[in-house]
Design a protein around this ligand. Structure first.
Ligand SMILES: [Zn+2]
Length: 269
């Protein structure tokens, strides 16, 4: 069983200074048995770093309209069932289960903050400037500021498919983004520049290996990457190969929409 002390020791071995801002992605289930569960993990994180961000995404606020702009990586009219089960965003809406119990535990702690993007909010401690950097036009604003402030990404029992910051590299490389619609209690809002699919991000692992610090924990590994080194490597890769890091599912609407626009751009001129 993983104890609080094991977590603190492992985090300390990453040698990331306490004052360095970090974004942490985690999977409680892949860590195995942790004494005290998500609360213990959050406690160990906050004992190690002073500025901690986590994704607090809530995809169940999303609505799929009957029609909309073309090549938007979405089958319009396909959301009748999901639309019926839609939950409008409010600041206390729990983090999606797919994002993880650790982020939900951080969000519900006294003193934790949360941004108010209806789909892609972030939560954390001592991170107000990062949350303020987000709006409906700039959903990745917190990650951009984290990059500018030389923050680190920490993957706690998850792989690069959970590494949201790779979307910032896609954005900086000029990759196509999407429009989505989300419910607030009183209205539906358009959300711009929503990043695409992360299923192909595992392909970034070998490229990023030279800038990755790894520490074992239980049955898995903690990986940590400095954004100042990670982002430029990815931007160069995507600019060199515009199809890089897309997933291989033939039915992936978002990755196919990205491919369509690349072919259009290269064929058009
Ligand atoms: Zn995909």
């Amino acid at each position: 069983m993983i104890m609080y002390r094991d977590l603190v020791n492992a985090f300390t071995r990453l040698e990331i200074p306490r004052v360095t801002p970090v974004i942490i992605h985690s999977s409680l289930s892949s860590l195995g048995s942790v004494n005290g569960g998500a609360r213990t993990i959050v406690g160990a994180i906050l004992a190690t770093w002073s500025q901690v961000l986590m994704p607090a995404f809530t995809y169940r606020t999303m609505l799929i309209p009957e029609q909309g702009p073309p090549n938007n990586g979405l089958r319009y009219g396909s959301g009748k069932e999901a639309n019926r089960l839609n939950t409008p965003f409010h600041p206390d809406l729990p983090v999606d289960r797919s994002v993880g119990a650790v982020a939900e535990t951080l969000r519900s702690l006294p003193g934790s903050l949360r941004s108010n993007h209806p789909l892609l909010s972030f939560t954390g401690m001592n991170v107000q400037p990062f949350l303020d950097a987000q709006n409906l036009q700039e959903p990745l604003g917190p990650l951009r500021l984290l990059y500018e402030q030389a923050g680190w990404v920490i993957l706690l029992g998850v792989d690069h498919t959970a590494n949201t910051s790779i979307h910032l590299a896609e954005r900086l490389a000029g990759r196509k983004e999407f429009i989505r619609w989300a419910a607030l209690p009183s209205k539906v809002v358009e959300c711009y520049n929503i990043p695409g699919c992360a299923d192909g991000f595992l392909k970034a692992a070998s490229l990023l290996e030279p800038v990755t610090r790894s520490v074992p924990l239980g049955n898995t590994w903690i990986q940590a990457l400095p954004l100042k080194e990670m982002i430029p490597l990815l931007v160069v890769r995507i600019k060199r190969d515009p199809f890089a890091l897309l997933c291989d599912r033939p039915d992936c609407e978002r990755c196919q929409a990205v491919r369509t626009i690349i072919r259009h751009r290269s064929g058009g001129h």
